[in-house]
Design a protein around this ligand. Structure first.
Ligand code: FAD
Length: 402
């Protein structure tokens, strides 16, 4: 069934096969345009035009607000499919969904955020995220900048040193201190529409990989309504929805990149096999390494699925969701996924050899390797391990297999 366009206020039919839609966008548009986005460090406009046209940006929004209420497992699958075609597109799609998940989890009780969700679903608005800040780096649980309030209006100036696809986004969700007298960890999250902010570019995005995410630096200057701030403190939003969703969806993107690299390695070994004489009896070059890497990818997949199920279960129990052990498990997912994805792509390069090292050709995995090397840095693994270490030492050790 062909998906219905939702450029304006039109609902998408429930039976639309989202996976098929994403496969088509990935194959027909994202994959053939990935090299250009990478080479020119430009936003994958055609891919996101297609995703918007097919109603793919509001799938997580509740049905009561015009969305499809799609669950995390399905969204993770869609992120992986898109990332296999273009890592940057997959990451942009995942970052949008991560922000949307915070809106869905924490915005249902406020008029402003409900209206925003409805617009995301019906007008296919794209959401960007501003947590990283000058002088703070990747520690999203601390801010320098602060909200200033005058009556029912607020203002904010943030040195947002890494802010992906900011100029393409319709909405930016930003963290800040609650007020100028607040401690750095007393943060709020504010949702901003285009008319609420100005962007002054302060840093380019000329990087090794993930070039199409256009994660430039900006001074973000805001004047908005006080009701655009989420009622819940940011530390609760982070623990209860954002961190777990981010780790699941980032992991799904890295899985998609690794799986596509390995499928190229698989194709290269099969091409070698076809060239061998029919009486060839020796070990097929690359086959053993391919088998090892396939086992790693299988473990990656099982672990990712187990963590998605773990998160879904925790959502039914707020104490569990806010517990140290849940945070440790989700942090461990990020470390595992970012490490394994790099390993698998490196193995794919070893299998494909020079054909993989080339930037062109069917077996090339150069872009995959450059893109996936961002995984351990995207909130530095050392930073996450340091946080996890404190939680592990403070918690009871669980030796069980339950
Ligand atoms: C593709 C991509 C897209 C991104 N998009 C966005 C976006 O849209 N919005 C946004 O806000 N951010 C974004 N980021 C930023 C990202 O999420 C991190 O915040 C940022 O990459 C961290 O930058 P950093 O390495 O300079 O800082 P830090 O995290 O401060 O790390 C600096 C160095 O210090 C080390 N370090 C830090 N803390 C510790 C510690 N406690 N123990 C030991 N070592 C430590 C790290 O290992 C690292 O080597 C993006 C990043 C990438 C790669």
């Amino acid at each position: 069934m062909a998906p219905t366009a939702v450029k304006s206020d039109v609902d998408v039919p429930e039976a639309t096969p989202w996976r098929d839609v994403m496969r088509r966008v990935a194959t027909d548009i994202a994959a053939p345009n990935a090299a250009v986005a990478d080479q020119t460090a430009s936003f994958p406009t055609r891919t996101f035009d297609a995703l918007r046209h097919d109603g793919m940006l509001g799938l997580m929004v509740p049905k009561s607000l015009g969305g499809q209420e799609l669950g995390l497992r399905s969204i993770a699958d869609l992120c992986a499919i898109l990332a296999g075609a273009c890592g940057a597109s997959g990451m942009i799609y995942a970052m949008h969904q991560i922000k949307l998940s915070s809106l869905v989890a924490h915005g249902m009780d406020t008029d402003y955020h409900r209206a925003l969700m409805r617009d995301v679903a019906t007008k296919q608005l794209l959401i960007a995220s501003s947590t990283t800040e000058a002088g703070i780096g990747g520690d999203m649980r601390v801010s320098n900048c602060a909200i200033e309030t005058a009556g029912d209006r607020v203002s904010l100036t943030k040195q947002a040193t890494v802010l992906s696809y900011a100029t393409e986004a319709d909405i930016i969700m930003a963290t800040a201190r609650r007020n100028p007298a607040s401690a750095g960890s007393d943060q709020v999250l504010i949702a901003l529409r285009r008319d609420d902010y100005q962007l002054e570019r302060i840093a380019e995005w000329n990087t090794l990989g993930m070039r199409g995410t256009c994660s430039e630096g900006f001074v973000l200057t805001v004047t908005a309504g006080a009701d655009q701030i989420f009622p819940k403190p940011f530390h609760e939003i982070a623990v209860q929805s954002m961190l777990a969703t981010a780790h699941v969806l980032w992991a799904s993107v890295w899985f998609g990149i690794a799986a596509d690299a390995l499928s190229r390695a698989h194709a290269s070994v099969r091409a070698t096999a076809r060239r061998m004489p029919s009486d060839f009896a020796g070990p097929l070059p690359g086959a053993t390494r391919l088998a090892e890497a396939t086992a790693k990818l299988q473990t990656f997949k099982s672990t990712l699925i187990a963590h998605i199920e773990r998160f879904e279960a925790a959502k039914r129990d707020e104490d569990d969701l806010s517990s140290n052990s849940f945070t440790v498990e989700m942090n461990n997912l990020k470390i595992m996924a970012s490490t394994m994805a790099v390993d698998v792509v490196r193995e794919a390069l070893m299998v494909t050899g020079i054909a993989g090292y080339r930037n062109d050709g069917a077996f090339s995995v150069g872009r995959h390797l450059r893109d996936v090397l961002s995984a351990p840095l995207m909130v530095a693994n050392d930073r996450i391990l340091a946080n996890t270490a404190g939680l592990v030492v403070a918690s009871r050790f669980d030796p069980g297999l339950e």
